[in-house]
Unconditional design. Structure first.
Length: 129
């Protein structure tokens, strides 16, 4: 740094210091008022997180999700549907074996929250005869 620029920097610092020291009470009141105003403003801040606010709703995947959200009641859920196309109702050995197999496959998938797996088979076993 040259001597001239060093002197300019020193004189600038002195001018700023003199300004701040001469007007310190005024600056104190200005900053106190600013603090009060910002604190009052902060009391009106409301946190409102929501799934729909954090995802790009214009994306085709999200449009499909919002279209079927009422039927499937949310994200991170799947529905497995087995249909009986044979004679009679679904209460036969062949269908119930297939239902047990499908339920077990879903139940033992890694990452599945087992307490939230629902199946017709589980309801039949839990219902007293």
């Amino acid at each position: 740094m040259s001597l001239f620029s060093n002197q300019r920097l020193t004189s600038f610092i002195e001018v700023c210091a003199d300004f701040l020291l001469r007007r310190r009470r005024l600056l104190l009141w200005v900053f106190l008022a600013l603090t009060v105003l910002l604190a009052a403003s902060a009391t009106r801040v409301r946190l409102d997180p929501g799934f729909a606010k954090m995802v790009p709703l214009q994306h085709p995947y999200m449009q499909t999700f919002t279209e079927y959200t009422r039927a499937f009641s949310g994200a991170n859920r799947i529905m497995v549907n087995l249909r009986w196309k044979g004679e009679g109702d679904v209460y036969n050995k062949q269908f119930l074996d297939a239902l047990r197999s499908a339920t077990d496959e879903v139940f033992f998938l890694p990452g599945v929250e087992r307490g939230r797996v629902f199946s017709l088979l589980r309801r039949m076993c839990a219902t007293p005869k």
